[in-house]
Design a binder for this molecule. Structure first.
Ligand code: PMT
Length: 210
């Protein structure tokens, strides 16, 4: 059983406006599709995206990071493999205005921190395979190494958003995978569908080892 998160989260400022990011969901949806094709029972917890899920996948649609947190935490215990490709907002507006905020010169929005879903999963990982992503614009491997350890992951998929053909919205990605045994695999640019299979191959290898 495979649980995948995908897409952005959207954090409301008022009933009209929100904060989000450029995630299209493609990376996570390709992982869910690849897992389904390989015979897994797949649940996709997804922020608002326009990509369509592959057939036979259970899709839970969420909006905010808090909603994604609740959906993931409520379901996580049933899964053998959890892959977190979603671009979860680290912050949300501290207060959501009840009505549309009227214009009147400069406006500032105080932000509050969102729950770190992956970190929470890492705390009670059971023997599920837990894989996260690391999205950076600089110091990619240093940050990925830090997250790998801090969130108690089996491995982390690092992608540098500034690299041509990597990251948001593209059909391709350029990833480096670091695992908890200190192995590092650097991959050239390839389709997100191919990256998905590489990630799943790694999950299967870890499962067979345990
Ligand atoms: O969707 P696409 O357009 O195809 O773009 C793909 C992608 C760039 C979004 C994807 O490849 C990717 O990098 N996803 C992770 C984006 C992200 O949030 O990275 P991060 O380094 O900020 O977070 C690290 C990890 O912690 C991620 O697995 C994330 O899901 C998780 N996280 C982050 C914040 C938070 N509050 N809770 C989390 O669980």
């Amino acid at each position: 059983k495979v649980l995948v998160t995908a897409g952005p989260t959207v954090e409301a400022i008022d009933p009209v406006r929100y904060i989000t990011n450029h995630s299209s969901g493609k990376m996570g949806y390709e992982i869910a599709k690849a897992a389904r094709i390989r015979g897994a029972e797949v649940t996709l917890i997804s922020g608002p995206v326009s990509v369509k899920p592959f057939t036979g996948i259970d899709v839970l649609k969420v909006k905010s990071a808090v909603e994604m947190h609740d959906a993931v935490v409520q379901n996580a215990a049933e899964y053998d493999i959890i892959i977190k490709a979603a671009a979860v907002a680290d912050y949300r507006p501290k207060n959501i205005a009840e009505n549309k905020i009227k214009k009147g010169g400069a406006m500032s929005v105080e932000l509050a921190e969102n729950p770190d879903i992956l970190k929470e999963l890492g705390k009670n990982k059971r023997n599920a395979v837990l894989a996260g992503f690391c999205m950076e614009t600089e110091n990619l491997l240093k940050n990925a190494e830090k997250k790998l350890k801090a969130k108690n992951l089996d491995f982390i998929v690092a992608n540098n958003l500034t690299a041509e053909g990597a990251g948001f919205k593209t059909d391709t990605n350029i990833v480096t995978i670091l695992d908890k045994d200190g192995n590092k695999s650097v991959y050239d640019i390839m389709g997100k569908d191919e990256v998905a299979h590489i990630i799943l191959d790694k999950c299967v290898k870890i499962m067979n080892k345990d």
